[in-house]
Structures are given as structure tokens and as C-alpha cells.
Design a protein around this ligand. Structure first.
Ligand SMILES: Nc1ncnc2c1ncn2[C@@H]1O[C@H](COP(=O)(O)OP(=O)(O)OP(=O)(O)O)[C@@H](O)[C@H]1O
Ligand SMILES: [Mg+2]
Length: 246
């Protein structure tokens, strides 16, 4: 089926036991587009991301990548979680190339990725030797290893300090641009959402749907103090069920 969208997701219903978490929710992501999902804690953002990733198949609805139904994890999608989830017994390089199997660190894709995330000399290091920001850069490189067209990120920068967070945001923008990778990111940080995204989607709870979409048209590189972003932030805050917490 020809389509201009990279990801087309429609969830008719997602339930846990008798509780409906997601109800008739549709979401598309175009090629190369950066979309953020914000919404109150517990509204179903991680649940939605897991369904998009093919990690949760227990729902009514469908997920399509490039027009094809998706029934599980796929190399088209790279996933980055809040914590790096590196395997402690593998070197940094082997973590990045994990998908290629034993000795994956020697895969020719690994060295350029290490350089791209600023860790060219850290391939032989162990995860425990890394700072939080470095470990998350390794996770980003691992997410890019299969050359995915879409990155799914669940609060990827919320465990690092403010300066590191800004650097990781810049890195995400540069890798998505370089690889023409789209991104769908969950965040509690409205400024982060507005700084990075082409579109910010606001989810509501009980049961969750997508309430509003905000298009951010300010050209990149963006100025974090751009009054247009400030205006959008005010609108988002007004419509959030509860104040954003992080
Ligand atoms: N495995 C599970 N079994 C039962 N209920 C679950 C399960 N996972 C999540 N839930 C429930 O589903 C709802 C949505 O959870 P989810 O983790 O998707 O929310 P979230 O929007 O990501 O929240 P947060 O912003 O706090 O990360 C919550 O009410 C949660 O309690
Ligand atoms: Mg969550």
C-alpha cells in the first residue's frame, strides 16, 4: 500500500485486565519527522511506544511501517529507553553491535557510530566506566545500529543533568538529520519537546487519546528563548490535565 507516512498507528483499544488504557487513538509519523508525546503521568505514553515498537502485541488495532503491517520488533525501528540498558559484560563496541551477534563490536557500522556520538576512543571501555551521559550516547548509537528509519525514545534524557541533557538533545538532532531518521519521543519536558520537535502531541488520560497537536514551525537551529516556543509552551500547559512533573 503506497503511503507518505513512515509510521501509521491505530489503536482501537488497549486494555490491562478490565481497564482500558488507550481508546481509539491514531498517530502518524512522516519520514524524517520528529514528534514528541507529552501528557500526564500514567496516561499511557510508554504503553503506546511499546506497541509502536512491536514489543506489545496485545491490543486491538494495527501498526504499519512503510505501509506494511508490523507484528513484532523490526530493524526499521531503534528503541532508546530512559536508562541506557547496556549489557555490563560486553564492551561499549559490542553493546552497540549487539544485534550483529557475538563480536558485533567489530561490525564496520560500529566505529562510525562511536565517532558520531563522540566516543571514538571508548569502544573497548566497559559500561561501568561510563558517565550517565556517555552511557546514554552508547544507547543512542546502539539504537542507530540497524540503520532504522524511526527512533522511538521514552524519556531518553531525563536521568542526566541539565547540561548533558542539552548536549544529548543536540546529538539527537544531528543524528536524525544525518541519517534522515524520524523520531517519536516521550518526554515530560515541554521545553525539550518544543525545542526538538516538528509536532508535539498532547495525550489525555482515562482512557488516553491524543487531544491536540502543536506544529512547531520555527526553523532550526532553534533559540530556546524563541517567543513562539514560549507561546506554544503556555498553550500546552493550559491543556495538560496536571502540571508536568519530571
Ligand atoms: N503491565 C501492566 N499491567 C497493568 N497495568 C499496567 C501495566 N503497565 C502499565 N499499566 C498501567 O497503564 C497505565 C499507563 O501506563 P504507562 O506506563 O503507559 O503510562 P505513562 O504515560 O508512560 O506514565 P509515565 O509518564 O509515568 O511514564 C497506567 O495506569 C499503568 O498503571
Ligand atoms: Mg512512561
Amino acid at each position: 500500500m503506497p503511503t507518505s507516512n513512515l509510521l501509521e498507528l491505530h489503536i482501537e483499544a488497549k486494555r490491562y485486565a478490565t481497564q482500558t488504557i488507550l481508546d481509539r487513538l491514531s498517530l502518524n509519523v512522516a519520514r524524517g519527522e520528529i514528534v514528541s508525546l507529552v501528557g500526564p503521568s500514567g496516561c499511557g505514553k510508554s504503553t503506546l511506544l511499546r506497541i509502536a515498537a512491536g514489543l506489545d502485541l496485545h491490543y486491538e488495532g494495527e501498526v504499519r511501517i512503510n505501509g506494511s503491517r508490523q507484528y513484532g520488533p523490526t530493524p526499521h525501528i531503534g528503541i532508546i529507553f530512559q536508562e541506557p540498558r547496556l549489557l555490563p559484560w560486553l564492551s561499549v563496541a559490542d553493546n552497540i553491535g549487539f544485534e550483529a551477534g557475538p563480536g558485533g563490536g567489530r561490525d564496520p557500522r560500529v566505529a562510525p557510530l562511536l565517532a558520531e556520538v563522540g566516543l571514538a576512543t571508548s569502544g573497548n571501555a566497559w559500561p561501568k566506566q561510563l558517565s550517565g551521559g556517555m552511557a546514554q550516547r552508547v544507547a543512542l548509537a546502539r539504537g542507530l545500529f540497524s540503520r532504522p528509519e524511526l527512533l522511538l525514545l521514552d524519556e531518553p534524557f531525563s536521568a542526566v543533568d541539565a547540561m548533558t541533557r542539552m548536549r544529548l538533545q543536540a546529538l539527537l538532532l544531528s543524528v536524525t538529520r544525518t541519517h534522515n531518521t524520524a523520531a517519536l519521543m516521550v518526554t515530560h519536558d515541554l521545553d525539550e519537546a518544543l525545542y526538538l520537535s516538528d509536532r508535539v502531541l498532547l495525550m489525555t488520560s482515562s482512557p488516553a487519546g491524543i487531544d491536540r497537536a502543536y506544529h512547531v514551525t520555527s526553523p532550526r537551529p532553534r533559540d530556546r528563548r524563541d517567543p513562539i516556543l514560549g507561546e506554544l509552551r503556555a498553550q500546552l500547559l493550559e491543556h495538560l490535565d496536571a502540571p508536568a512533573i519530571d
